[in-house]
Design a protein around this ligand. Structure first.
Ligand SMILES: [Zn+2]
Length: 259
């Protein structure tokens, strides 16, 4: 028998910040699924040319274990700054294009898929809504974080002091080498702060993507004490998928639901 522990790489039940709140979330691992070879084995993404039947079986498995019976909503992720809200006009067939989803419906669970980008969950403990964000380099360049916070504030009157943030496993500065073009772009976009998330080692330049994310969160008024970060590098952690480790690979997920 496969226990939840083996499918869940991490859960909000383990979190000091989140365990007594009204949100549950999990980070899935790549173990104990049905996919084969490069996608072995708990791949949750259809768009990576895995066998669709295996992905469906993996999704069914997670659907039955985490908040069973609630429908799963997800996004066609394109490294954009597009933010969707749920519920919306077409809740029955929710699979829209975007990279952040703001959800206030207890009756569903939401998912974003990851293989090196940052999975982020922002929970408003007063208004009882949450956002899941697929925050890669492109999304952070396009300010998906401030834009999501702005939408939470505008649509649901969220206040930054009530927000709790989870930063899941992603590629860390140890493994995220960048070339001159990206460095130049960072200097141009973030002239004040880029030094805090750029480092040099053996004539190579490395980007600290979660540091860039944290700087953006804190600049928006979120307290450092309300941020939980898993300092785990997807490229090095064998239980997770990593695009930089292997271009042909699956996706793990951050899945959340209101209690
Ligand atoms: Zn690393």
């Amino acid at each position: 028998m496969v226990t939840n522990k083996k499918l869940f790489f991490y859960s909000s039940k383990q979190s000091q910040i989140f365990k007594h709140t009204q949100i549950d979330f999990i980070v899935t691992s790549r173990e104990n699924g049905f996919s084969k070879k490069e996608f072995s084995s708990f791949n949750l993404a259809y768009h990576v040319s895995d066998n669709n039947k295996s992905v469906t079986k993996n999704r069914e498995k997670i659907k039955n274990i985490f908040h069973a019976n609630k429908p799963l909503i997800w996004l066609n992720q394109i490294h954009s700054d597009i933010i969707k809200t749920y519920p919306n006009k077409n809740p029955q067939a929710f699979c829209q294009t975007g990279d952040a989803i703001i959800c206030k419906d207890k009756k569903v669970k939401a998912m974003i898929m990851i293989a090196d980008c940052i999975p982020v969950c922002i929970f408003d403990s007063k208004k009882n809504i949450f956002a899941l964000i697929h925050a890669g380099r492109e999304g952070l360049f396009k300010n998906i974080i401030p834009k999501t916070l702005e939408k939470m504030s505008k649509n649901y009157r969220s206040n930054c002091e009530d927000l709790l943030v989870f930063i899941g496993p992603c590629i860390q500065k140890c493994c995220y080498e960048i070339q001159a073009d990206i460095l130049n772009k960072l200097q141009e976009l973030f002239p004040e702060s880029f030094k805090h998330f750029i480092s040099q080692k053996n004539n190579k330049t490395y980007l600290d993507l979660p540091m860039l994310l944290k700087i953006q969160l804190i600049a928006q008024g979120i307290s450092q004490h309300n941020i939980e970060e898993l300092l785990i590098c997807t490229k090095e952690e064998t239980k997770l998928f990593s695009y930089r480790k292997s271009k042909k690979t699956g996706r793990f997920a951050l899945i959340a639901s209101l209690k």
